[in-house]
Structures are given as C-alpha cells and as structure tokens.
Design a protein around this ligand. Structure first.
Ligand code: ZN
Length: 496
C-alpha cells in the first residue's frame, strides 16, 4: 500500500468511529430510557478513547511525513486531503495529555458552576471558573502554534482562516447600519398579531414539516427527523439525523427551527459521499454550515414565494386555528421582529446584534482590555447601546449562554458570518435566476439546491471560509448583502 492509500484508510477508520459516536449521542437525545444514562456515558467514553487512539496513530504521522516530502507527486485533491489531515493530526497530538485531562475536568466543573450561578443570577460565583477557562484557552492556543493570538486561534477553530481583525471589520460595518434599522423597526406602529397562535396539534405539524423538507430536497432515504428536547442535526451525508420539537402554541418556532436543521442536513447530503472521511467531503466550518441552514430558514422559508406555495396546505391542516387570520397577517407573523434580551429567542434581524455583543466582549477579554469581573457591566452597557435593552440581572445578561462554561469561545461569530454569507449567496442566486421566488411559489426549489450543491457543497474543505464566499459569489464577504436583505424584506412590512 502506498503512503496515500494508507493515510486514506486510517482516516476512514477514524471517521467511521466518529459516526458511531454521533449515533450514540443522537440516540441518547431521542430514544434512551432514563435508567440507561450511566451505561451510555460509559459507552461514549470508550468510544471517545477509541476514536482518539485512531486519530493519533503513529502510522498516520509517518504517512503524513512521507507524503509531505514529495507533495509534487500528489494531485490537487490529494494535497487538500494531506493539508487538512496534518492540521487535524497536529490538533490531536500537540496537546499534552495532562492538559487535555485538566481541560475536561475543568469543563465539567465550570458547567455546573455556570448552571448554579445562572439559577441564582450571581456572576461572581462563576467568575473564577471563567477565568480558568480563559487561561486554558490561552495555553491551548500556545501549544498549537498561535503564540499569544488566542482569539484568532479560537475563531479559526470554528471558521478556518478567519481572524478577529477580519470579523471586527465586518461587524463594525454591519452594526453601523443595523442598529438604526432595528431602532426604526422597533419604533414602527406595525405589530404582528399573535393571538391566533394557540392549539396547533403536533401530528399535523409533523406532517407539514415532512412535506416541506421533502419538497425542498431533503433525502429521506439517507436521513430522518425525530423529536428531541433540543433541535440539532448530526450524522454524515449518508445518514443524517435531525431532531426537532413541536410547540402547540408556537407552530412557527417549531417550523423554522426544523427548516434550519434541514438546511444543515441538505449541506451534509450534498458533500461528496465517497469522501466523507477526508477534507474533500467535509464541511468547511461553522460559518459556512450556518450559511446553509439560515439561507433555507430565512431567505427561502420566510419569502412570499415560499408561503404562496405552502399557505394553502397549512390552512388545510389548521383551518380552525387560522380562521380569521389573513394572508398578510400570517406573513407578518412569519417575519415578526421583537427585540429581546435572550439570544435564543431573537428574530433574524436583532439576532445579529446579540452576536456582535458577544464578539466585542470576547475580543476585549482576550486582548486583555477587559477582566472577567468586568464582564457583567460591559455586557449590560453593550446590550443597551446595541439592542436598546438593559438586562435586569445577570441571568438575562452575561450568564445566559452555556458556551463559555465549556470553553467554546470564538464560536458565536460564526452565526453572524453565516447570516452574511447566506444573504450574499441569495443575491448571487437571484442575479443568476431572477424569477427564483416564482419557482418557489410553484413548489419548485430544485434550482437553488442544485446551485448550492455546485458552488458550495461539492467543494468540501477545498477552500477556506472567505475563499469559498469569493468563489461562490464572485466577491469578498461583505455585510452589505445582509443589510440589503433585511431592508428589502422587513422595510415594506414595518416601514411602509
Ligand atoms: Zn445551525
């Protein structure tokens, strides 16, 4: 076997082990009996060890070293595989074992401290754990060759190639336009009716969701949707496991979160099936993944065209509940904007400001401008200036998200990068296919999916996030398309 074949087969083995772990995690959320959680924890721990051992096999290191000696002997695609395999291998092997153990133990302690502090709305109780997490992140970045550029490392982990400076430029431009737009919408006398959103039985909601996801192109012969407390999408393109939940009094929330997860699933299903174990068949990063979920959730499923096609069926299933609700009222409810202190409850317009806030805090925390004890005050002040809302306590402010307790810094910006990329892809699609929404109105979503397969999905990790945006849209990533989209969609509704 030559070195490349050997590398390929070891990557495949590590990948397959990962898919088994994913399946166990999915099953835990969907099917696991209450009494079996300890067994599952042990099963997952064994799988994690096995997976790690497969990923750090010295034979992988040897194959990489051999191949790196004569890169010219490799094809373009093989070089892409090699580059990413090296990056993954280094991340698996460069952290000392004692550090990995310390981080895992600290993660679980910090999670419990966060949960207690949030329940008591008492940031001071959590602060020492957060300080420790920041210190661990700094050490990790140093181990992996980022020196003191800790925040760049943390961002790069989620969006390869992206830096804090690049995000800062994008967000500064975004915020300048978005803050006044949000102020204008919030001040609008137009308010969506919500009184009718009551008593939508779960079964017809589930039927409708199935029809929508099939229609937009989700392949049920390689995936399924089940119910779980938290919606998520896992698995690989050959076996996508999505979950959703249904609220009888908030059918739109259920619908859009499920369409969001389907967007993730469509991306996974569009990745090269013969290459799921290598960089050629894997998602670039979180930002690109979010661009796919949000494009389907927002640009597509909140469009007039989409509702022109699906509204009759929705009324069919929920004729009682929708009696007396006009099409315009329904469409306004689909595009409701209401600022809230809580990120996970935010609409797509104000959501981006929640992300800008978190980015500014993280950036200043890692540059040393802000110390951990100063976070609540900084948070509240930013919340006021960006959203026009001031948290009444830490639970609805700085303590609301779980991410930092697990050391997941640098993760939030991806959501907004995804929103910007989604809008930019959308306008490029409209340029190529001006009558796209008419096709939606006729129930045809195939052109859009085919195009995304072509310009995004099939590339896997061949391009970094920003390169992929440029490749697929012909321009560098810019917030101007997100602003344009929000103005064009929400302006006519709220600022007539
Ligand atoms: Zn998502």
């Amino acid at each position: 076997m030559n070195a490349f074949d050997e590398l390929n087969s070891m990557l495949r083995r590590a990948h397959l082990l990962g898919t088994v772990s994913d399946l166990l995690a999915w099953d835990e959320q969907v099917n696991l009996p209450d009494g079996s959680t300890e067994l599952r924890a042990e099963q997952r721990a064994v799988m994690a060890e096995t997976q790690h051992a497969a990923a750090v096999e010295t034979r992988i290191g040897a194959a990489l070293a051999t191949l790196e000696k004569s890169p010219d002997a490799l094809s373009d695609e093989q070089r892409t595989v090699l580059r990413w395999a090296r990056r993954d291998y280094d991340r698996e092997t460069k952290l000392p074992e004692a550090f990995v153990r310390e981080k895992a133990e600290q993660g679980s302690r910090a999670y419990h401290a966060w949960a207690e502090a949030r329940a008591a709305s008492d940031f001071a109780r959590y602060a020492p754990y957060l300080e420790k997490n920041v210190e661990l992140a700094r050490r990790e970045a140093a181990y992996l060759g980022f020196g003191d550029r800790t925040y760049d490392y943390l961002i790069d982990r989620h969006d390869p190639g992206m830096t804090a400076a690049a995000i800062d430029r994008l967000f500064t431009e975004l915020k300048t336009e978005l803050v006044p737009l949000v102020r204008a919408i919030v001040g609008s006398p137009v308010q969506p009716r919500t009184d009718w959103m009551r008593g939508f039985p779960e079964d017809p909601q589930e039927r409708f969701l199935r029809e929508v996801t099939e229609r937009i192109g989700f392949d049920y012969s390689h995936g399924r949707v089940d119910r779980a407390v938290h919606p998520f999408c896992s698995g690989t393109g050959l076996d996508v496991r999505m979950t959703t939940r249904f609220h009888v009094d908030n059918p739109l929330d259920s619908l859009f979160s499920a369409i969001h997860e389907s967007g993730h699933g469509l991306y996974d299903q569009g990745l090269r099936a013969d290459q799921h174990h290598t960089a050629l068949g894997q998602a670039v990063g979180m930002g690109v993944h979010e661009s796919q979920s949000r494009l389907w959730e927002n640009q597509v499923a909140r469009s007039r065209g989409f509702w022109r096609y699906f509204e009759p069926r929705w009324r069919d299933l929920f004729s009682e509940q929708l009696r007396g609700v006009s099409s315009d009222e329904l469409y306004l409810a689909v595009n409701a904007v209401r600022p809230t202190l809580i990120r996970v409850d935010a609409d797509e317009v104000t959501y981006n400001l929640h992300i800008v806030l978190r980015f500014e805090i993280e950036r200043r925390l890692f540059s040393g401008e802000l110390a951990v004890p100063e976070l609540p005050a900084a948070w509240n002040q930013l919340s006021d200036s960006l959203l026009g809302l001031r948290p009444g306590n830490d639970a609805e402010g700085v303590l609301q998200d779980v991410h930092w307790s697990d050391g997941a810094f640098g993760y939030f910006p991806s959501y907004c990068v995804g929103n910007m990329m989604a809008a930019q892809l959308w306008y490029r699609a409209l340029e190529l296919r001006p009558r796209l929404e008419d096709e939606f109105a006729a129930g045809d979503f195939s052109w859009l999916l085919g195009w995304l397969r072509e310009v995004v999905h099939r590339h896997g990790k061949r391009f970094l996030t920003l390169e992929l945006v440029e490749q697929s849209t012909g321009e560098p990533l810019s917030p101007k398309y997100l602003i344009r989209y929000l103005k064009e969609r929400y302006g006519p509704l709220y600022l007539p």
